[in-house]
Design a protein around this ligand. Structure first.
Ligand code: GLA
Length: 389
């Protein structure tokens, strides 16, 4: 299948721009195994890069013009490096535009280019198609212009493009894993200092299954920002009693309980969730290292319950999907993944039970929600890389 996609990409490049591309890169989407809404609290996350990606075929130009053709939208955009503006019409182009803008702002010497883009990360499903697009763009410029961009710097630059150009206030997780993910590994990231550890996934006879609820994440931006604000509020209140703290990362469950009288109830729930989720991530890493998948599965389930009841970013569709998974003995763990309010769940499933899960999701989920699910069996893949033509 990957061969066919490359062929289409190259054919399209030849048709649009005459001649062959110099380079093809791919940057993957991601699924977060555990550690949700912790990245912007200086906490821990444990995502994998998946076998769904954005691919860009490109060729350097000697002038300052950037021409991007999206195969999936069948749209061409063109802009000069000196005049990069937000495009209200062709929204997909704002990710590469933002990255191009910030590459220049960081004084990387880039030239124009011609490029064709295609992707198979489902859009708007919470699998980080936008981060994949950003990282694929930055990686393309790195290769085409012979730059050497530190991978962590690249992730930060892509996050900046999303925050400041596209206008979405996301954390660092998605861009980081899309650039630095590793095949057959999950990546434990300390979002405070960006130190990371690759954690081998011994998933013999076990599959990572992503189920898309088909529910578009309508509320996600406003609710995401309000959760961030609640977390900041919690830190502000607790700072008075615990001088020197700067994020929920610095707080323990007992601190929250001790000063509970001073914290509004909702804020307290949000903070408790984050503090407990950070602990769950570290326990998950230990469980994976000990090959204790059952323990890992329990932690995933607890994470979902926390997201549903304490952080309140789940929705009936995500809950329905997770409950279907929980009802099967062969499902080791299942939870919503990503920002919430729709999008996907992630489950760890014994291979022998995979078909049973697929059948049950396809028969039960539409009855419960009226929506059509999509199911992706995923593998953990490398972060951004060059694709051999
Ligand atoms: C979105 C954001 C990430 C992270 C998750 C929640 O995917 O882009 O930075 O905050 O939500 O864990």
């Amino acid at each position: 299948m990957i061969g066919e996609r490359i062929e289409r990409l190259v054919d399209s490049f030849k048709a649009k721009f005459d001649g062959m591309p110099d380079v093809i890169v791919r940057a993957p989407g991601r699924v977060n195994l555990i550690g949700e809404h912790t990245d912007y609290n200086d906490g821990f996350v444990l995502p994998i890069a998946i076998d769904r990606d954005i691919m860009i075929a490109s060729r350097r130009r000697e002038d300052l013009t950037v021409r991007l053709y999206s195969l999936d939208y069948n749209q061409l955009v063109e802009f000069g490096l000196g005049e990069i503006k937000f495009d209200d019409d062709k929204k997909w182009s704002n990710y590469p535009r933002g990255v191009t803008y910030f590459l220049q702002e960081s004084e990387y010497a880039i030239s124009g280019l011609d490029a064709v883009i295609t992707g198979n990360v489902p859009i708007g499903a919470g699998l980080s198609s936008s981060a994949a697009m950003e990282v694929a763009t930055a990686f393309t410029f790195e290769k085409i212009c012979g730059l050497s961009i530190d991978p962590v710097e690249m992730a930060l630059l892509c996050q900046k493009a999303e925050n400041k150009f596209v206008g979405v206030n996301c954390g660092i997780m998605d861009q980081f894993i899309s650039r630095l993910g590793k095949k057959d590994h999950a990546l434990l990231l300390d979002c405070r200092n960006l130190e990371f550890e690759l954690v081998p996934l011994n998933l013999e006879n076990v599959k990572v299954v992503v189920c898309d609820t088909g529910k578009k994440r309508g509320l996600v931006d406003s609710e995401y920002n309000s959760r961030r604000a609640e977390c900041e509020r919690g830190v502000k209140i607790l700072e008075k009693f615990l001088p020197g703290i700067s994020a929920l990362r610095d707080i323990e469950i007992d601190d929250i309980r001790k000063y509970s009288n001073h914290i509004p109830e909702i804020t307290e729930k949000r903070c408790l969730y984050v503090v407990k989720e950070n602990i769950r991530v570290l326990e998950s890493v230990s469980a994976l290292k000990e090959n204790d998948l059952l323990k890992f599965g329990e932690l995933m389930n607890e994470s979902h319950i926390g997201l549903r009841d304490e952080y309140e970013v789940s929705c009936p569709e995500l809950d329905a999907m997770v409950e279907i998974a929980w009802s099967l003995d062969g499902v080791i763990g299942s939870r919503m993944t990503g920002a919430g309010f729709g999008g996907c769940t992630v489950s760890i499933v014994v291979e022998d039970c995979l078909q049973e899960l697929i059948d049950k999701v396809n028969s039960e989920y539409p009855k419960k929600t009226g929506l059509k699910p999509e199911i992706y069996v995923c593998t953990a893949e490398d972060g951004a890389k060059v694709v051999e033509i």
